[in-house]
Ligand binder design. Sequence first.
Ligand code: TXA
Ligand code: MG
Length: 348
Amino acid sequence: MSARANRNAAHIARAIAVLNAGGLIGLPTETVYGLAADASNPLAVAKIFAAKGRPADHPVIVHLANAQQIRDWATDIPDAAWTLAAAFWPGPLTLILKRAPHVLDAVTGGQATVGLRVPSHPMAHAVLAGFAATRPGRPAGIAAPSANQFGRVSPTTAQHVRDEFGSAVELVLDGGACEVGIESTIIDCSAGTPRILRPGFINADAMAAALGDVLEGNPPEEPHPPTVLAKPAATSAATPRVSGSLDAHYAPRTPTIVAAGPEFAAALAAQGEKRIAVLSFSTTRVPNTRHWLASTQPSIYAHNLYSHLRAMDIAACDLILVEAPPQGPEWDGVNDRLRRAAHGSQFG
Ligand code: TXA
Ligand code: MG
C-alpha cells in the first residue's frame, strides 16, 4: 500500500470508530459533504441537529453501503424503488420509502417515511461498508444532511466543512472536491406514482426512461399506474417536508439576483456604483465587477456552483448577480438551487 492509501485507510478506520462512539464526522460524497452520525444512535443524531442549528422536524437521509440494506430501513418497497436503485445506485439519488418500525423519529422528522441513499464516492463507500461490518445482523446506516449551517450553501470541499463547523466536528475526511456538486435528486416512492421532491443530477427524463423500460420488459398481470413521474408539488400539509424546499434555502449572505438575457444586462447596468460579483456565460468584463465564468455544460456548472457562490459571498461585494442558465431537465437541479439562493435576499 502507498503512504497515501495507508493514510486514507487510517482516517477511514478512525471515522468508523468516531461513528461507533456516537460522534460526528465530515463525510465526502459525490454530491456534497455530509455531516454524518450513526443513524441508530439518538444522541448522535441529536448532535447533527445541534451543530447545524436545524429544526427537529426536518428529516435526514440515511446512507447505506448497498441496495440490499433497503430492507433494514424500509417496508412495502415498491418495484419502482428497486428499479431506480438498480439503475442509479450507487449514485446521487435518494429514495423516500415507508420507514421500518425501528427508524428513529429524529431521523424521519416524525414522519412515516425515511430517505435512503447509496453514495458512489469511494471514501463514503469505504466508511459505510466498514461501519456495517462492525455491526453484523443489525441495521447499519449513517444519517447525514449536508454539512452546512441550516439554510446556507452546501459544502463541496473538506475546507468548506471546516469553515462551517471548526472544531465542533471531530474528524473531516478529505475526499477532494465533490464530483456532482449539488445535492442528490430526491424521489418519493412511498405512495403511488413516484414524485420528484428535489431535482438534481439524475433528472426526470433519466428516471422516466429507467422506469418505462422495466414496465415494458415485464408486463404486469394487473394494469399498472402510469409510468410518467408526478411533477413536484407545492409543499402542503399532505406532502413530505423537504427542508431544501424552503424558499430561502442554499442562500449566500450577500443579496443575490438571478436574471436571464436582457434582464441580466439591465440588472448589471442598473447597479450604479455597487460592487457586483457576477457569474455569467460571457467573458465580457464590466467595471466595478468581479467575474466568475459559468460553464455551458450543466454537469460542470453544478460541480462548480457552490464553490462559486461561496467565493462570491466572501468577495466583499454588495450584490451577487447570476446570469440564468437555460431551461430543460438537465438544468433543473441547478435552476432550483439558484432560485432558492436568490430567494434568500430582499432583491428577489
Ligand atoms: O446529496 C445529498 O442528498 C446530501 C449528501 C450528504 O448525501 N445530503 C443532503 O441532506 O442534501 P440534507 O439533509 O441537506 O437534505 C436532505 C433533504 C432534506 O430537505 C430533507 O427534508 C429531505 O431530504 N428528506 C429526508 N428524509 C425525508 C423524508 N422521509 N421525506 C421527505 N423528505 C426527506
Ligand atoms: Mg442541506
